[in-house]
Design a protein around this ligand. Structure first.
Ligand code: M6R
Length: 608
């Protein structure tokens, strides 16, 4: 979960690489480094901390002249964040430099072998073995050398490599970690993700697994690991460069929250044809949809929480049993997948290692996998049998908001489609639901525009030690996400509980002034949740309630109430999440936290 960038061309490489790395900081930000060939030697500069330290150290790249280079922003896996562990790594004579995203799994054996041959290691990283292996196997032909090394390393990698002996060539290779290649006149790029190079070019090639690329300033050649040249098609990136920038908002997270009405519209509309729900990318006939016996939803973090809502909606509407698993559990629990089961994996990045492994596990057992994915061309998008994109656009803040909202919409659409085909919901009700779906973007916008009340409330809780979120049914699913939003960016301990579960232990944690956020949008469960509110109030809790317009009787029990516009009871999470996101955001801002890049976290968790 690191970011890599490389450039070769007629311009100075270092400023371009630093600029690209800045746009990849969401992938890792505990240290950074850059290597540039200056006409004589490979010059390397590394620093601990945010990229701005490296920028200052190199005067924005001015101290590192040269037109070919590679850079890296790191999220530590092997070895603590430190200058020696930062990339690029290099051989003793610094004739080769490497940046790497991924994990070399057999690095200990390789390291032992190289040590016996006299190689000395300065870092604790897995990546350093690659630099020394490139030295050991060097034949004078970089492509041949790289292929030899790749045949001997196991694990996942996107690699960028430069050789002092070949200063007009930059090399990159990919296996199981994202890598793209960009091209413009008089310059070529490598990067972990598109925003890094969007300022310079929209012409992009997606590297597939087990591919190598040779970049020169005016040409690209792609090879497989057997060094056979292969041809690749470029794609033109359509999205706006500004979409990857903050656009005037204080944080990416705030900007992305405000993009939710658009995200919801963009995810909904392509699936409405003449007011009918058509999900062509499902690749399933009506007969096949009728035959589904069970759905397994597998995901991590917020995507798992979206899946939890999906479980309630799919079971409720389509009457299909749904099992939901955390991907890190699913992959190792020898899951029972029976004939007629459908597997859905959900992922914003499409690169989450555990989710990808769950996908592969399911495919190995002969099951087709539907990926609900945001990043086009990502590993999950490419490996899933069918892909339903969420069309949220690039999400930069580590805490997901708009991608989560888009995932909810994708799941509603699937549930409604299955319900229609299987005849489990009447045509009349489905028509009403469609109308409610179309109202969601405006309703979300309205909630966002009323942010002041939440902002004021959040300011009171910046000193909170523990916060609890409770709800029943779908409201429990949203409580999980509300709690994660708060804790991951504000560092306030927070937990979500099914409201009925509180008295089985957790209620003993409630004391005078403890904040409990109670979500009560499900009319059939309303009275039950109100009882739970009364119980925590009796123990001294301060209760923030989130409920539907009209439920004013809740004011007798709760201290502070946020009302949501009316919608179908299956869609309330799309509305309830807005005040919860705003609450987490404003508490974190009030505490002075680094909202977009919370400590210890990375946007894309490409290692297990
Ligand atoms: O890219 P993915 O959707 O697969 O990521 C899954 C989780 O890592 C992610 O949702 C994480 O929990 C976010 N930090 C939540 O805001």
């Amino acid at each position: 979960m690191c970011g890599i960038v490389g450039y070769i061309g007629t311009e100075q490489a270092a400023p371009i690489i630093l600029d690209g790395l800045a746009r990849l900081e969401y992938r890792g930000y505990d240290s950074a480094g850059i290597a540039v060939y200056n006409g004589q030697d490979i010059q390397i500069t590394k620093s601990v901390g945010r990229l701005k330290v490296l920028e200052e150290l190199t005067h924005g790249g001015a101290t590192m002249p040269g037109c070919i280079g590679i850079g890296h922003t790191r999220w530590a896996t092997h070895g603590a964040p430190s200058q020696v562990n930062a990339h690029p790594h290099f051989n003793k004579e610094i004739t080769v430099a490497v940046v790497h995203n991924g994990i070399i799994e057999n690095y200990i054996q390789l390291r032992n072998r190289l040590s016996k041959r006299g190689y000395e290691f300065v870092s604790e990283t897995d990546t350093e073995v690659v630099a020394h292996m490139l030295d050991y196997y060097y034949t004078g032909d970089p492509l041949e050398t790289i292929a030899k090394v790749l045949h001997r390393i196991e694990g996942s990698y996107a690699l960028g490599v430069i050789f002092a002996s070949h200063p007009d060539e930059l090399f990159a290779a990919r296996k199981d970690s994202p890598l793209i290649v960009g091209q413009k006149e008089n310059g070529c790029f490598i990067a972990s993700d598109v925003p890094a190079i969007l300022r310079y070019t929209r012409k992009v090639y997606y590297m597939e697994n087990q591919e190598i690329v040779r970049l020169k300033k005016d040409s690209l050649n792609f090879y497989n690991f057997d060094e056979e040249e292969i041809s690749k098609e470029s794609v033109t990136i359509e999205w706006d460069a500004n979409a990857a920038e903050k656009g005037g908002y204080e944080h990416f997270m705030l900007k992305e929250m405000y993009e939710q009405p658009k995200t919801v519209t963009d995810t909904l509309l392509p699936r409405f044809k003449d007011n009918k729900i058509e999900i062509e990318e499902l690749g399933m006939t009506d007969e096949e949809m009728k035959e589904i016996k069970k759905i397994h939803i597998v995901a991590c973090g917020s995507a798992y929480h979206a899946g939890m809502t999906g479980k309630y909606v799919l079971e409720g509407l389509a009457r299909i049993p749904v099992e939901i698993d955390l991907a890190s559990e699913f992959r190792y629990r020898n899951p029972i997948l029976e004939e007629g089961a459908m597997v859905m994996v959900i992922s914003q990045s499409g690169e989450t290692a555990d989710t990808l492994a769950a996908l592969r596990e399911s495919q190995e057992r002969g099951f087709k996998v539907l990926g609900i994915v945001n990043v086009v061309g990502s590993s999950i998008a490419r490996e899933a049998d069918n892909v339903m994109y969420t069309w949220a656009g690039p999400e930069i803040a580590v805490a997901t908001t708009k991608a989560y909202s888009a995932q909810l919409i994708a799941l509603y659409l699937l549930a409604m489609k299955f319900a229609e085909v299987r005849g489990t919901v009447s045509a009349e009700v489905l028509e009403e639901m469609k109308e409610d779906l179309k109202k969601l973007p405006d309703q979300i916008e309205m909630l966002l525009n009323n942010k002041e009340r939440i902002q004021r409330f959040a300011n009171r809780y910046i000193g909170a030690k523990d916060v609890f979120f409770i709800g029943r049914g779908i409201d429990y699913a949203i409580s999980l996400e509300g709690s994660l939003k708060l804790k991951e960016i504000s560092y306030i301990h927070s937990e979500a509980y099914a409201a009925g579960e509180l008295k089985h232990g957790t209620i003993s944690l409630i004391e005078e002034g403890t904040l409990v956020t109670a979500v009560a949008t499900q009319q059939d469960l309303f009275a039950k949740t109100v009882s739970n509110i009364v119980e925590v109030k009796a123990r001294g809790a301060f209760v923030l309630a989130v409920t539907n317009e009209g439920n004013t009787e809740i004011e007798k029990a709760a201290d502070y109430v946020i009302y949501l516009p009316q919608t179908n009871s299956y869609f309330t999470n799309s509305l309830a999440i807005i005040p919860l996101q705003l609450f987490g955001y404003y508490v974190a801002v009030g505490k002075g936290c680094d909202v977009d890049k919370p400590r210890n976290l990375a946007k894309s968790v490409t290692v297990e």
